[in-house]
Design a protein around this ligand. Structure first.
Ligand SMILES: C[S@@+](CC[C@H](N)C(=O)[O-])C[C@H]1O[C@@H](n2cnc3c(N)ncnc32)[C@H](O)[C@@H]1O
Length: 557
């Protein structure tokens, strides 16, 4: 049996629990498989379909047949992601509720599922080195279990014995007895060396050069094309040497950030601070919460205290506070604001609250009906005289007769936010599976949509108005290049230095962290990047949000 042979790559670190194990080169799938009454797959075992004779060193009565609830929850999340293209951040809370996990187990399931998903590319490379066939030939449920096992062994402080035996129990309970031996044997091979040793082996075997996109991608579990995009964006910001830090930050769980909607009544932030949150050092009205269940904080259920990345808050506040160069009015009273891509309503809620304070009104636009409903819900704590939701394609907004009627007197909207659909490469911390699901081909479609939304916004902008363009992606094609292209198509627009508005709304500490890209740098973008802001997880603790501010000078200015 394979577990009796020295494992590849070094001495065994532990003896393993079940003692059961088939050679990992035995197929776990194929014609020999059958399903039980519950539709779960049962594996008969060997390549020839004969019943496996892998017996545990433990007595059968002592072999665990069921996984613990936390591991089962994590496995279900991985199954939903790989089988149904589900989003882990939506599936996980539902699975945690379904399994009624307590706080500790919920934390374990979260770390397990998110870590296995984030690390998938690297774990798959390691698993592939332990089996003799392409991973696509493994049963998907078995592969998901192996990923969970690999993350426990190489990415968490889980005892190796427990990692192997509990994962095998998970496989037995959820898939069938047959693949239990296979999984046991593969995990034992994986456990033979630690993550660094595995990386060194794979890098050596693949002949990867240190610091290459492929080597960094393997080391930090990012596809090479994503590494390349982030590298380019960092170079533009004169932060090239920070790439490993950024990649590492993408693999860390983001902190929970809170925003207290201004004008919503009591000071919810103070209550949150009393309950353990810390006021943000970057932005007034924001806090960081590390205390677990955010739902128990006063105001969260009512939607007045909201979970929102500080980068998003900062952008909404900067747009609301920005002043056009020729602005005559001291404030935004009487202005019409537009959030063109509002769903699910994070920035729209803050914008609406700020609009209400300043005597402006916000139109929040979102084409997807269910997301438009989320926007309505997000805006509900704010007086409904300050906002309205439009359900429709943002590209047609300037031609919508109802919208035209509303803004006719001002000649357009005074402030527009285009928080465009994008690859989300700036929010990889939040969406653990996204990096493996996205591909460079997504860019082609998204950049066309971004361009069309920007054109529509420019058309709907009033003379003297401000247009904010945000993406949750530092990819140059979705950020700086979009703005450059818009300026070429619309010579009536001017690019403002958005640092002024960002510094004006952030704390002095935040202002210090805003280092503009070198002006006039030979960056292939015309040197305008210095007037746009790129936030970074490893610098600002926010998502890698991009923000640029444009202005349409009034004709008489
Ligand atoms: C990045 S999200 C916006 C996030 C939002 N601003 C927030 O802070 O919660 C982009 C949104 O644009 C919407 N969208 C997609 N196509 C659109 C279109 N043609 N016009 C307007 N919005 C669109 C998506 O449904 C999605 O809700």
């Amino acid at each position: 049996m394979s577990d009796q042979r020295p494992a590849r790559g070094g001495p065994r670190r532990h003896s393993g629990g079940t003692g059961e194990g088939r050679n990992p080169t035995d197929p776990p799938s194929g014609g020999a498989d059958r399903r039980d009454a519950a539709g779960r797959q049962r594996h008969r075992g060997g390549a020839d379909g004969s019943r496996a004779r892998n017996r545990s060193a433990e007595a059968p009565s002592r072999r665990r047949r069921e996984a613990d609830a936390a591991r089962r929850t994590a496995w279900r999340v991985l199954r939903a992601v790989s089988r149904d293209d589900a989003y882990a951040n939506l599936t996980l809370p539902a699975e945690i509720r379904r399994a009624r996990l307590d706080r500790r187990d919920a934390g374990f399931a979260t770390e397990l599922a998110y870590g296995a998903l984030r690390g998938q590319g690297t774990y798959d490379a390691i698993i592939a080195a332990c089996v003799d066939r392409p991973l696509k030939d493994l049963d998907a449920p078995v592969l998901d279990a192996l990923r969970l096992g690999a993350h426990q062994l190489l990415g968490m402080r889980v005892d190796a014995h427990a990692a192997v035996s509990e994962t095998v129990a998970l496989v037995r309970g959820e898939i069938g007895a047959g693949p239990g031996g296979f999984v046991n044997a593969v995990l034992r091979r994986i456990s033979a060396q630690d993550r660094d040793a595995w990386l060194a082996q794979l890098i050596r075997e693949r002949g990867l050069t240190a610091g290459s996109d492929e080597e960094l991608g393997l080391r930090h579990a990012h596809p090479a094309w994503v590494v390349r995009s982030l590298k380019q964006a960092l170079r533009l910001a004169d932060r090239s040497e920070e790439l490993p830090e950024l990649l590492a930050a993408d693999n860390a769980a983001p902190e929970v950030h809170l925003v207290d909607l201004p004008g919503a009544g009591e000071d919810r932030l103070t209550s949150a601070v009393e309950a353990g949150a810390e006021r943000s050092t970057l932005l007034d009205g924001a806090a960081v919460f590390r205390g677990g269940d955010v739902g128990r904080l006063p105001g969260v259920r009512e939607g007045e205290l909201r979970v929102q990345d500080i980068g998003s808050q900062w952008i909404a506040r900067a747009l609301a506070a920005a002043r056009a160069p020729e602005a005559r009015e001291p404030d935004a009273a009487g202005e019409h604001w537009l959030d063109l891509c509002a769903g699910p309503g994070g920035k729209a809620a803050l914008l609406a609250a700020l609009a209400a304070q300043q005597g402006a009104v916000l139109l929040a636009n979102e084409p997807a009906a269910h997301r438009a409903e989320l926007v309505r819900r997000a805006l509900s704590p704010v007086s409904d005289s300050a906002w309205q939701v439009r359900e429709g394609d943002g590209r047609g907004i300037a031609k919508d007769p109802e919208v035209r009627g509303r803004i006719a007197a001002r000649g357009g909207f005074d402030r527009i936010l285009v928080d465009a659909p994008c690859t989300g490469l700036g929010a990889l911390r939040r969406r653990p599976e996204a990096r493996w699901r996205r591909s460079p081909s997504d860019l082609a479609e998204l950049t066309v949509l971004q361009e069309e939304l920007l054109d529509a916004a420019a058309e709907a902008l009033a003379p003297g108005g401000l247009l904010g363009y945000a993406t949750c992606s530092p990819h140059m094609a979705e950020s700086v290049v979009q703005v450059e292209d818009l300026l070429r198509r619309r010579p009536d627009l001017r690019l403002l230095d958005v640092h002024d508005a960002m510094r004006g709304t952030g704390t002095p500490e935040a202002a210090q962290l805003l280092t503009p890209a070198p002006q006039g740098a030979d960056d292939g973008t015309g040197g305008t990047a210095g007037r746009m802001v790129q936030l970074w997880p490893h610098v600002h603790g926010t998502d890698a949000m991009f923000f640029a501010l444009l202005h349409r000078p009034a004709e008489d200015a």
